[in-house]
Design a protein around this ligand. Sequence first.
Ligand code: MSK
Length: 627
Amino acid sequence: MFVFDKPIEEFSSWANETGCLIDKARKEGLKLAWDRLASQTPQCNFCEMGLSCAKCVMGPCRIIPGLDRDKGVCGADADLTVARNFGRFVAGGSAAHSDHGRDLVEVLREIGSGHATAYQIRDEGKLKRLAEEFGLSVNGDIKKVAKDVAERLGQDYSTFGPGLAFLGRLPKVRRELWDKLSITPRGIDREPVEMLHRTHMGVDCDPVSLALHAARTSLSDGWGGSMAGTEISDVIFGTPAPGKTKVNLGVLKADMVNILVHGHSPVVSEMILAAAADPAILAEAKKAGANGINIAGLCCTGNELLMRRGVPLAGNHMMTELTIVTGVVEAIVADYQCIMPSLVNIAQCYHTKFVTTSDKGHFPGAERFHFNPQNARELAGQVVLLAVEAFKKRDPNKIFIPVEPVEIMSGFSNEAILGALGGTPDPLIEAIKAGTVRGAVGIVGCNNPKLKQDHHHVTLAKELIKKDILVLVTGCATSAMGKAGLLMPEGAAMAGEKLAGLCQTLGIPPVLHVGSCVDNSRIIHLCAVLANALGVDISALPVAASAPEWYSEKAAAIGLYAVATGITTHLGLPPMILGSPALTNLAVSGLNDVVGACFIVEGDPVKAGAILDDLISSKRQGLGLSA
Ligand code: MSK
């Protein structure tokens, strides 16, 4: 369906940092993701349609509907094969986010137990609010409160807990709907594990049942693991507040030791940031001839530090290989998720050290550091010193930083958004009623080398804001928006008259950066706050979500938990379900009758903008508002 035609030639001609560095990489004989995609094209049509199965050794099977190969060896037809594959895809994404959340809960418990002295509680107020929300005591030592909150969330990961702690945030009508459909998530670990069980040969053979369990699995992420990750990160590292920083490869400094933090977790990267400010280590950097140590972010670890510390963002998913090609990166410090294995090989072509920090993320050829909450600060110092040593080996002939950085505004947590409005959702609701903000769309996620990098994010955002639709952005879409000037108050010049007026009054951009990909939980939480204030279900709100350039299992989980929450979601590329007309129809229309929202698949961002605009008009009319 998606033909990939000579991408490297097209992309290297871009008059921007991506194009310049692809050209440099080609001259140096390096292979990048675009080259590898070209070598993989044409890709397997069976896999693309979800019609291949390698889940047992009676196979692998390839299903061809309508022919005498319309069933696998076990008898699974196209619908069942697609449902099994998609269920496992969503389980992978949910497990990744939720296991990330678990790491934060574990660190909070270690802080509460007095074993993680390098970490502290930066937002005691939020910790106490969570304790009250969970029905726990807030009296006494704050460490005791931290331990109690961590242990309550730990129960959400187990089988015998009282039920997910955050479900109380939902409108009652949505909870009742989930109960009726039997898709209320029961445990954060339980649902993805049960999906693996159900999709084993000879367990759940009903495609619709599997689709519903996929929804429950995604909800265990959105209203469970991801939400725990976001909330506890705020407690430990501070709840974000608006501030300015910079984005693009221009944030790298030719005269400094550059360390890029990459992956998703703030647990180690916060310690790297602290170590880089250590006077003794800074003195070593000076001795090595550098003018200091510069920390910058990649992907969602970058988003975490950007939101809370104003650390500049070097780039998103498709920039990660290219950052090394600048020749000024001394170290990439990676935790987990969205880290291309190719980075090890590309780093070996330069002086760059590729460092891994998580016991879950092994990369052969990497410099490996065994971080845990007890040794994190000490090991962070060793990693920064490794980068300082690497600085001495830089090749001046390979240095090329092609752009100047662009300023952005970030830090729009729900607390910051509602705080700026006087602490209640009422002003936002009034703005929606008046049509000053006609609605909101969360644009989330990744890049995909099958699409022109950043183009779909930026085009869609521009289409929406000019129709007075506020955009919230997370993850790798962030640097796309930033580079396009959409994350500054001046970006309001690209918005419709009413939204522009509001942005000018409040001094905010028309696209608000709300965090990393686990922080999509902020968006669904804000939707619940608005729905509760209005006394309606979330599906009645004039809101939508979009993943225009998505690639990962996590993005599929995010899209599905948004839809199951009642938020219609646009995808710029289809998931691998097209081999089943029944599941495809369920995804793009049938779900409307089940959960009040569905998926929209549209590869043209201008058309997607028009579709989302129509959707928001109809939701507004449903609330008795002007379109
Ligand atoms: S890092 S999941 S490419 S947003 Fe969260 Fe970016 Fe997508 Fe990974």
